[in-house]
Design a protein. Sequence first.
Length: 279
Amino acid sequence: MSQGQGSFEALPETPKEPPTAPSGLTASGITINAFNISWTENPEPDVIGYNVYLNDTKQNTSYVTSTSYSFSNAEPETSYSVGVSAINIYGMESAVTTINVMTLAEPEEPPPTEPDKHLHVNGAGDYLISPAMMYDEIRMDYIYQARGSASLQYHFDARDAETTSGRPFLYSPGDEGVESISGIGTLTVNGVEVSNGTDFIKPDERLDLIAKLNSPITGPITFFTRYTFIQSVRADVFRITILNAGNIVADYDMSTGTVEDQSGNGNHATLVGGTWVST
């Protein structure tokens, strides 16, 4: 600049066109009530920020200077129109680029589950009897409960009015004392093989009892009482399974709340008395 004279740099002309609309707008991190959006940075050097719209309503109070934005407090399973525009230093705004974003649905509440059940037999007339079938193994999962009695208490009895000889049975001589078994090849209680004339059934202890016969027989089995329906056992019963040659022929799972055969063989039992208890 010379004395008395001045030179001035010309201001750039205001552009005639606003910025181009942002490109690459995508949504991510979509949940039931939130989502994120991002887009590609505008190529124009005079772009100073962006406006973000939700259903045509501007969300930002000052220009967004990054290329991403997060939304929260959305409604589940709702479609939103989301838009972004670019702003240049002259305050000119581009066209709005929009996409639709659908939030996720709320997960369905699982139906309430029925509590597991077990069967309680009262030792005073309650019992369960299977139909006649061929079998060589009896498995019982139950808790034998003391009932303050010195009388015999039958855990199971495969005899009936027509056939008593050679049929298996197991009884306790009251709450304490040695158990008696008959017609059973091997008997295990909680994984331990036991023998006749020993005290192997303890009151109030959960028992996994497996009685294996020497050979298959055919007939019904009465559980928790004598075949004449006296001298009963008080117990909480969880499962009874009857097998032949390693194959299940009847399966009474008490958690189902029935004494129907769960094996699919149709050997449904009959329950007399008994109380279903939620576990």
